[in-house]
Design a protein around this ligand. Sequence first.
Ligand code: 13P
Ligand code: ZN
Length: 275
Amino acid sequence: MGVLDVEIVKGYIRMCTDGWLQGWHERNGGNLTYRMKDEEVAACRPFFNAVPGPWVQMGVQAENLAGEYFITTGSGKYFRNVELDPEHSIGIVEINAAGDSWRIVWGLAGGAKPTSEFPSHFMNHSVRKAATGGANRVIYHCHATNVIALTYILPLTDRDFSRALWQSATECPVVFPEGVGVCPWMVPGGAGIAMATSEKMKHYQAAIWAQHGLFVSGPDFDTAFGLAHTIEKSAEIYVKVLSMGGGLIRQTITDDDLRAIARDFGVVLNEDFLD
Ligand code: 13P
Ligand code: ZN
């Protein structure tokens, strides 16, 4: 027995492999964090390192994550390698009582560190934990190709992206009725992109980083991966539609159609994005 035999760790590794197979994780692109349940920490604790690593300050702080444990991908590590070599590719970190530092308790072997986007993940865990009454546990960042492509041609507003995605696949308004947030291009990995994204995630389950990728949240791996998959698929359809028709769209899902979907599926659509 070891950490790798614990079910939640197996689920985490499976999601990394799924993302790699989608083509969203060239080289070390993308990162995944999971906020562990108490019983999952207890199942892993017997296999933690005898001596934890040193505390490392994050440059961001969140009281509601003090004492939590996260599974995280390593900075510079390849999703492609997670399943083959988990000990060097992923790890478990503990957060201190002040909610401003992490230390490694398992994995990230050979001097690896949590993802450079850990500050963004951390602030977004804080916001989504509060917004969902503790239900949210997953934050996932991927370099979804068609989402990135659209950030070169659509206005970088929440409204423009939400409408384009809702109109490009009928079930989108059911999956993310509040829409998606859009952040302008920013330097990756710092406190700035962390704060900008977490402002968006107060209102949305997903945010798009211009010319960079997609950031999604969810209560479990299936829901978070499914959200990323749905958004990227819709973006792919929109890219194809624009490419085929030279920009001409002959017909689309109307605002009244969107309202009809919301009514029949029992979801509340963000009316700010409807005409
Ligand atoms: P990391 O290798 O540090 O996770 O960075 C990859 C990435 O996608 C940065 O946005
Ligand atoms: Zn990235």
